[in-house]
Design a protein around this ligand. Structure first.
Ligand SMILES: *Cc1c(COP(=O)(O)O)cnc(C)c1O
Length: 306
């Protein structure tokens, strides 16, 4: 079992991720200033918001001397990929419960296996039970001593690592008006709300269809969010559903990436960036605003689609 020193090495020797100013005619036209927080560059293998969400989960597993960490994800899961990489570095065993056919393979799963993650494949129906107490109890029985972490790493323990992003901002938070990010399971949004400076609104772009339940989920993860009027979810830019989008949107995302000179994938960062630019065009951002877009990473998951 690794010692906390190893955790420190994994987590504290990373510099803050770069912050870049973006340029685009539409921004100038609407007198908006846009920065991007490049969390996709936070760590070469433990990508983006998953690095932040896993930080204190890993520390808990090490300090409690857990036998390992078990978690859930789809076959291209950035979360399972990041967890496998971290577990490998920390000599902490990991188990990934994957929604998919037995023996499925793709670059994400190949990496996970190579880093020693044990993969257990389940069908869609079983996967839907990932929050059922019965199944969780059975998994706990089968894997004694394992810390069981929800899909996406979204649990209250994930919030403080995400909240640390606010301390890495330059421009100062006092110069910013809005922070924008893609949202799937809500953990990253909840973590940001847990330390939101009063003057900055947070806008999450849902990448799933019919994601009205997300408001409640964010409030479950961080109850004070229910009383906080400084955030909102944009539900109209899902592009047809999780990991789906019309071919025209994919083309538009690729064009935006080239124009802005940042890598964007179509599932999270690209969808949210496209949503942002469409909302800017529709006049839904006040002229003069200073915006910060969080690039949550995840380029690995798009290896087979880009
Ligand atoms: C997981 C993930 C998200 C969504 O984060 P949540 O905390 O689940 O809302 C966004 N972007 C990328 C790249 C991700 O991998």
């Amino acid at each position: 079992m690794s010692d906390p020193f190893c955790w420190q090495r994994l987590y504290q020797r990373q510099p803050p991720s770069p912050l870049q100013r973006l340029h685009h005619p539409l921004l100038e036209h609407h007198r908006l200033i846009l920065w991007i927080k490049r969390d996709d560059l936070l760590h070469p293998l433990i990508s983006g918001n998953k690095w932040r969400k896993l930080k204190y989960i890993l520390r808990q597993a090490l300090s409690e001397q857990a036998s390992g960490i078990l978690s859930f994800g789809g076959a291209y899961s950035n979360h399972l990929h990041a967890l496998a990489a971290a577990g490998h570095r920390l000599s902490l065993p990991t188990i990934g419960v994957v929604r998919g056919e037995p023996h499925s393979n793709n670059p994400t799963l190949e990496d996970a296996r190579r880093w020693g993650m044990t993969l257990e494949f389940v069908d869609r129906q079983q996967y839907r039970r990932r929050q059922d107490a019965d199944w969780l109890a059975e998994l706990a029985r089968r894997h004694p001593g394992y810390l069981i972490v929800p899909e996406g790493g979204s649990c209250p323990r994930a919030l403080p690592g995400v909240a640390e992003l606010w301390h890495e901002l330059d421009p100062e938070p006092s110069e910013l008006n809005e922070l924008i990010l893609p949202v799937a399971s809500g953990g990253t949004l909840a973590g940001l709300l847990s330390a939101r400076p009063a003057n900055i609104r947070v806008r999450g772009y849902a990448v799933l269809k019919g994601a009205g339940w997300l408001t409640e989920e964010v409030c479950r993860l961080y109850p004070p969010a229910a009383q906080d009027s400084g955030w909102q979810l944009e539900l109209g830019h899902h592009g047809g559903g999780y990991a789906k989008s019309p071919a025209t949107d994919k083309t538009a995302i690729a064009a935006l990436a080239e124009r802005l000179r940042v890598p964007l994938e179509p599932i999270y960062s690209g969808k949210a960036m496209l949503g942002l630019f469409r909302d800017i065009e529709a006049g839904r951002y006040a002229a003069g605003s200073r915006l910060l877009f969080v690039h949550t990473g995840g380029m690995q998951g798009a290896r087979s689609t880009l």
